[in-house]
Design a protein around this ligand. Sequence first.
Ligand code: ZN
Length: 239
Amino acid sequence: MRKLIAAAVVLIVFSVVAVVLWKVGKSRTFQFFGEIVPRVETSQKIVALTFDDGPTPEFTDAILGVLREEDVKATFFLIGGELERHLDEGRKLVAAGHEIGNHSYSHTRMILVTPSFVKEEIEKTDDLIRAAGCDKPTHFRPPYGKKLFALPLYLSQHDRQSITWDVEPETYPEIAQSTDAIVKYVLDNTRPGSIILLHVMYDPERKSLNAVKPVIEGLKQKGFRFVTVSELIDAGKRL
Ligand SMILES: [Zn+2]
């Protein structure tokens, strides 16, 4: 009987630890080491528009065109492997004055990974970002927002922050299917200091890409100004 109780206790403890680690692993606002920034606290009506993945030759010019028309600087979290294949697209993003962040080399979920794997993913991608013309890669965004021990530890040891987001329309399948729904969601949920996440580099139907212009115009109408992630962090108090 005693053994049975001991086994049950071990099982319960193990399950609780597993659930806690799973929740921390996917949290946008908490990690065990260093800073994670889902948004900043500010009274100014400023927001950061961020784009993940790529660059791809199919869609880089299109998103650059919209941002140029609207005179908005955004932040692109690029995948090292994609940048290696399409360095010219990365160069265009840098030359247009957008901020470039590191989004790992292979876009792997950084949950049960070794310190050496993390180092290689980050450093190799930093080298490629530099090759694209950006002298100082600063921010890192975990693929799928996932991290546990090795990644946050490495970033904190190198004085770098994990940047997540607080406005993510594409997370909801019913919203992601429609440009209008994406626009409405972003306009309804963005507040001062928000970090908006969109993916525009792969979808041939351009649902998110087509949302960018109306999102920018709608937020401008509400009095918002667009800044890069670094500018947002400088302007606000980190949460
Ligand atoms: Zn990604």
